[in-house]
Design a protein around this ligand. Structure first.
Ligand SMILES: C[S@@+](CC[C@H](N)C(=O)[O-])C[C@H]1O[C@@H](n2cnc3c(N)ncnc32)[C@H](O)[C@@H]1O
Length: 275
């Protein structure tokens, strides 16, 4: 880092920014030592100091091997969802399907489905992806990310979960991945203010049977069974309080091979249910 850039980092730290974030902003905005960018940098720092997530200010963020374009129309992908991708890859490898059909429900920026497509491609597996969201805005961001990474085997479907999926997919999907909204209303009200920058519909789900934020998970787990091919698998993220409800719902839906993974912080997080 040049002396001039180091001075800008110190200026932002003195204004109250975390040093690591100050470095990120300087590296992002002062490209090639262009000190004319200092004005834009100060605006960006002010946005960050006001509480806006760094990812929206910078406009892109890494997710596994992808650099995803992001804005306030989509959820900022979380490290737990990177772990979900790892679980999904292992489960798919167990199934030994040659050209898997994958459905990503609530695709948002495209993070999970596109990461799978890219990493499977790198392993010589030619998968196809159906990316589903009820938000047109999210589908637009996901489409842009697919183009950015030259991932072409994707169709984008505007749908409320399975509702508008082509019925020819019924009993033919090898992998369904989902990171649906799973925060209850009451919990959302008490959460970190940073979450208020993200789309509420990406985070908050209705309560179901007395379980906060479980409404969307119940629909997905219950309906996934009919869309999966025999041997196909659902890999689905959930809140740390949801383990009993996801296991019971999956068993009631007819799944025989069901288990639930902790995330790396030791919290119940990812349901795996194989048809
Ligand atoms: C928690 S975000 C996950 C986004 C992305 N998969 C990720 O992991 O970063 C949930 C996504 O589900 C979408 N969504 C919410 N309700 C939906 C519904 N009923 N049908 C389809 N998509 C829905 C939201 O628009 C949002 O993009």
């Amino acid at each position: 880092m040049t002396d001039a850039n180091a001075a800008l980092v110190s200026e932002l730290v003195d204004a109250g920014l975390d040093r690591r974030e100050a470095r990120w902003l300087v590296e992002e905005f002062v490209v090639g030592g262009d000190l004319g960018a200092a004005g834009a940098l100060r605006v960006a720092a002010k946005r960050r100091l006001d509480g806006e997530p760094l990812q929206y200010i910078i406009g892109h963020w890494p997710f596994r091997t992808l650099d995803l374009d992001l804005d306030e129309r989509v959820l900022i992908p979380r490290p737990e969802s990177e772990e979900l991708v790892g679980v999904a890859l292992s489960e798919l490898a167990r199934g030994k399907v040659v050209a898997p059909i994958i459905v990503d429900l609530g695709c948002g920026s495209g993070a999970i489905g596109l990461a799978l497509l890219k990493e499977l491609g790198e392993r010589g597996v030619s998968a196809s992806l159906v990316a589903v969201d009820e938000s047109f805005d999210a589908l637009e961001v996901a489409r842009r990310n697919a183009l950015k990474h030259r991932l072409h085997a994707v169709s984008f479907v505007h749908s409320t979960w399975f509702e508008a999926l082509d019925t020819s997919l019924r009993s033919h999907v090898d992998l369904i991945v989902a990171n649906p909204p799973y925060v209850g209303d009451v919990e959302f009200a008490g959460l970190d203010a940073v979450l208020r920058y993200e789309p509420r519909d990406a985070l908050v789900a209705p309560d179901d049977g007395g379980v906060a934020g479980f409404g969307d998970l119940r629909v997905i787990i219950t309906e996934a069974f009919d869309w999966l091919a025999p041997g196909g698998v659902l890999v689905c993220e959930h809140a740390d309080t949801h383990r009993p409800a996801v296991l019971q719902t999956a068993a009631s839906a007819g799944f025989l091979d069901v288990h639930d993974h902790d995330d790396s912080a030791g919290h119940p997080r990812v349901l795996v249910a194989r048809r």
